[in-house]
Write a protein that binds this ligand. Structure first.
Ligand code: ATP
Ligand code: MG
Length: 336
C-alpha cells in the first residue's frame, strides 16, 4: 500500500469537473402508524441538486430535521433514493455493483457526529482501526499496521492509542481516531456530519483546524454538515442552505455571509451570530418552528415563517435560480 500522504493525486485538467453531482434527489420515508386513508410520507429530501468541486469545502446548513443527514446518506449510497441520482467522479453511485461499488465506498467516507457511538467501547482502538482495511482485504498485517500508524500521525496521535479502549480517551481524541479511520481507505471525499457538535467548545476548533489541514495535505474534498453557521464560516469555500428537504440558497462563503439573499438564511444568520461585531440587527430571527416535513406548506415552504411573504409565495414554489454570479437562491423576492 502506498503512503496516504503520497497518494494525493496531482491537480489535473479535469479538476474543473465536479467531483460530486447531485441531480434532483428525492427521498421520502413512509410514515409509520399513519392509520387509515392516504399513506403519508416524510419529505426528507425533496428535489435536491448540487455539485461539489474537487478540493472544495462545501458547507451544508439548516435546522434539525431539514434533511441534511438523509442527503449525506443518499449521496454515499447508504439510503436508496426514490428518484434522482448522485454521480461521483462521473459514476452513478446507485448503479454500481460488486467491486466497483466497494471501490466507490472507499472513495467516500463519513465522519459522524458522535465519536462515542462510532467506536465499539469493548474493542481496543487498534482493532477498530484495522477493521476497514481487513474488510477491504487491503495489505498484509505489517502494511496495515504501517498505514494505521501513519493515519494516527496525520491526526496528531501516536501508536500508544492502539492498545487503548474508547473510554480511555477524551472526546477530542476519539474524534481524531474516527477521522483517522476514515482516512485509512484513502478517500477523495470526506462527508463530516456535525463532526464537532458532540465535543466541548474548547476542542471544536482543534478538530475543525485538523480537518482543514488534512484537506490540504491529502487533497481531500469536504462536505461539512452543520447547523452552526460559525463552523461553516470558519472553514467552507461555498455554503448550501437547506430548509424542509430543499436547498434554498447556495453561494460562496463571502457572498452568503455578506449578502444573504434568502430570508431563511438571513434569519439563520441573525439567530446564530448575535454577538458578531457590526452584525446587521435588522435581520429577523426565524419565527416559530419549522412546519412538519410530512405535509410541507404549498408554494414556498418558508412562507409561513417569512416576514417578507406575499400572496404569490403561498401558491407558487420558487425555483433555485441565479440571483448573481454563482449565487443561487430560491425566493420570489430576494431583493425585497
Ligand atoms: N430512517 C428514517 N425513517 C423515517 N424518517 C426518517 C428516517 N431518517 C430521517 N427521517 C426523517 O427525515 C427528516 C430529515 O431527517 P435528517 O436526519 O436527515 O435531518 P437532519 O437535517 O440531519 O437533522 P439533524 O440536524 O437533527 O441531524 C426528519 O423529519 C426525520 O425524522
Ligand atoms: Mg443529521
Amino acid at each position: 500500500m502506498t503512503s496516504l500522504r503520497s497518494a494525493a493525486p496531482a491537480a489535473s485538467a479535469e479538476a474543473r469537473q465536479p467531483l460530486v453531482v447531485v441531480e434532483d434527489l428525492v427521498k421520502h420515508f413512509p410514515l409509520r402508524g399513519g392509520g387509515f386513508g392516504r399513506k403519508q410520507y416524510v419529505h426528507s429530501v425533496d428535489g435536491v441538486s448540487l455539485t461539489i468541486a474537487p478540493g472544495e469545502v462545501l458547507g451544508l446548513v439548516g435546522e434539525s430535521g431539514c434533511g441534511k443527514s438523509t442527503l449525506a446518506r443518499a449521496m454515499l449510497g447508504l439510503t436508496p433514493v426514490d428518484s434522482g441520482r448522485v454521480l461521483f467522479d462521473g459514476t452513478d453511485v446507485a448503479a454500481t455493483k460488486g467491486a466497483a461499488r466497494k471501490s466507490l465506498r472507499r472513495s467516500m467516507q463519513l465522519v459522524f457526529q458522535d465519536p462515542y457511538a462510532a467506536l465499539d467501547p469493548r474493542m481496543r482502538l487498534g482493532i477498530s482501526l484495522d477493521a476497514p482495511l481487513s474488510q477491504h482485504s487491503l495489505g498484509t498485517r505489517e502494511e496495515r499496521h504501517r498505514r494505521i500508524v501513519e493515519a494516527l500521525d496525520l491526526v496528531g496521535l501516536d501508536e500508544s492509542f492502539l492498545s487503548r479502549r474508547p473510554q480511555q480517551c477524551s472526546g477530542g481524541q476519539l474524534q481524531r481516531i474516527v477521522v483517522a479511520r476514515a482516512l485509512l481507505l484513502n478517500p477523495r471525499l470526506l462527508i463530516c456530519d456535525e463532526p464537532t457538535s458532540a465535543l466541548d467548545a474548547s476542542v471544536r476548533a482543534q478538530i475543525l483546524n485538523l480537518l482543514i489541514e488534512l484537506k490540504s495535505e491529502l487533497d481531500l474534498t469536504l462536505l461539512m454538515i452543520s447547523h452552526d453557521l460559525r463552523v461553516v464560516r470558519h472553514i467552507c469555500d461555498r455554503v448550501a442552505v437547506m430548509y424542509l428537504g430543499e436547498i434554498v440558497e447556495v453561494a460562496s462563503r463571502e457572498d452568503l455571509f455578506e449578502r444573504p439573499a434568502h430570508p431563511y438564511t438571513q434569519a439563520l444568520l441573525a439567530a446564530s451570530l448575535p454577538e458578531e461585531p457590526g452584525a446587521d440587527t435588522a435581520f429577523p430571527t426565524p419565527r416559530g418552528e419549522p412546519p412538519s416535513p410530512v405535509d410541507p406548506p404549498a408554494g414556498c415552504r418558508f412562507h409561513p415563517r417569512c416576514p417578507k411573504a406575499r400572496e404569490r409565495c403561498g401558491v407558487e414554489p420558487p425555483a433555485l435560480s441565479a440571483s448573481r454570479q454563482g449565487h443561487l437562491v430560491s425566493c420570489h423576492y430576494p431583493d425585497a
